[in-house]
Design a protein. Structure first.
Length: 462
């Protein structure tokens, strides 16, 4: 039998390896926070003499150091911090030196290092079929860079997509066999909406819109445009609904409140594909988890249609050509027709390199309109070629297989809620893909990964 002293020493031995890293983490984070605060005060003091780009550069070093240290000490905290802060960063600038672009590049670099370390230390877990499909698609994107008309532009475009796919791989490695981390991930994703939603309502109430030429006020909050803001609201809104259905007590009320706030703000973006995607996602959750949601959806649709005439006008008019920055005089009044004509002009561009395409992001930089295709499938075919389009469809099928396994293997109310959120969010993205520019939106990739919670439990690794 162990003596009291021996039991005491064994307890100290068991606790010490965990306690010391936590104390060290607290000390490092505190010191880094002080450094960041000092640089922030310096930037504010010099703000009158600095432009927005210079201000971002001044803050980039200490903030980057903070994120790097957190990633080195505990990579999970770094990923959660990235998800919490990313939606608010575009308000500070959207250039290649903007904080959002710098964070995406930094995340990709640190993710690659972390994944290599995981593999070398024997901690690597076999990827699900869905994530492997995305990795194959990422390889096709990289291959298209070799035949690009603008190598530099395509490298940047490929890195944006690679950073998005990397989030799926990282989250799967973090979440597999660790269901406790899935709850923290969901919490971080939902918390990321606090600032964008608050700013969005301030803009809506004060009339600080992104206004089209037709006079339609569209809220964009901290985002560069109402459309990516709508995509984000769809994902977060569906995740909030699913977690509300799978929770009890205060968490249910908080998730329900966020879902309602996101749904109302989604109306103010006037993004039609976002409205449809959200409705389809809610319909799926209703079918699987709560049939009464159909009544709520129908009632809400009728109320909004009756109380907000601009919504009826937006639905009746398939689009407004004034949504676009470049409008030739011979463009049809209906923007759907304009898009079809634009796609017809873009598709022949792939004839020069049909297998690997003309290169990521080349359309945006070479077309006189200065516009993306507003269609993921057209963009993939033209820029990444037949190889890219085939791998994208294969990835979609692989995701379907993973989601099916995920849903069938779900156990318990919370697990079923996460499985429902995964399917609903992927359905929503599939609905939005033919009418939105999602391919190079790294943030949309990240939050789809967070909402889909790939690799949660052991189901998707079969």
């Amino acid at each position: 039998m162990m003596t009291v002293d021996e039991r005491s020493r064994s307890i100290e031995t068991a606790v010490e390896p965990q306690a010391r890293p936590r104390i060290a983490m607290m000390v490092v984070v505190t010191l880094v926070a002080l450094v960041v605060a000092a640089f922030a005060l310096l930037a504010i003091d010099l703000g009158s003499n600095l432009g927005r780009t210079e201000l971002v550069i001044v803050l980039a070093a200490p903030v980057g150091l903070a994120f790097g240290l957190v990633a080195a000490l505990r990579f999970e905290w770094f990923v959660l911090a990235v998800l919490v802060v990313r939606p608010s960063l575009d308000a500070l600038g959207t250039t290649e030196l903007g904080p959002g672009a710098m964070l995406a590049a930094g995340f990709l670099a640190l993710a690659i290092v972390w994944l290599v370390v995981q593999h070398r230390e024997g901690e690597w877990r076999r990827l699900s079929v869905g994530t492997r499909g995305l990795v194959v698609f990422g390889a096709a994107v990289c291959a298209s860079v070799t035949t690009s008309q603008l190598i530099g532009t395509s490298v940047v475009g490929a890195l944006e997509i690679a950073s998005g796919i990397a989030m799926f791989v990282v989250l799967e490695q973090l979440l597999v066999e660790r269901p406790d981390r899935a709850r923290r991930l969901v919490t971080a994703a939902l918390c990321s909406a606090i600032i964008p939603v608050a700013v969005g309502y301030v803009h809506w109430i004060t009339g600080n819109y992104t206004v089209t030429n037709g006079g339609l006020g569209r809220v964009r909050s901290t985002f560069v445009h109402p459309n990516p803001f709508a995509t984000y609201l769809v994902l977060i809104g569906l995740l909030a609904v699913a977690t509300a259905l799978g929770s009890r007590g205060r968490q249910r009320w908080l998730s329900s409140g966020l879902a309602i706030a996101a749904a109302c703000l989604l109306i103010a973006t006037y993004n039609r594909s976002g409205w449809i995607a959200f409705a389809i996602g809610i319909s799926y959750l209703a079918y699987r988890q709560a049939r009464w949601l159909v009544v709520v959806l129908l009632a809400g649709t009728l109320v909004v249609g009756a109380a907000v005439p601009s919504v009826r006008d937006r639905v009746a008019d398939l689009g407004d050509k004034q949504d676009f920055a470049y409008i030739p005089s011979d463009v049809p009044e209906n923007s759907f027709e304009w898009r079809v004509q634009y796609w017809e002009e873009l598709i022949p561009l792939a004839n020069d390199s049909p297998v690997t395409g003309i290169g990521p992001q080349v359309i945006l930089d070479t077309r006189p309109e200065g516009l993306e295709p507003h269609n993921v499938f057209v963009q993939v075919y033209v820029e990444i070629g037949i190889l890219g389009l085939a791998s994208l469809f294969a990835a979609a099928v692989a995701m379907g297989i993973t989601l099916r396994r995920r849903r069938r293997g779900a156990t318990g109310e919370w697990d079923a809620a996460l499985a429902g959120a995964a399917v609903a969010c992927c359905l929503a993205i599939l609905v939005m893909a033919p009418g939105e520019n999602l391919l190079n939106q790294t943030m949309s990739w990240w939050y789809l990964a967070a909402c889909a919670t790939w690799g949660y439990g052991q189901v998707s690794t079969r």
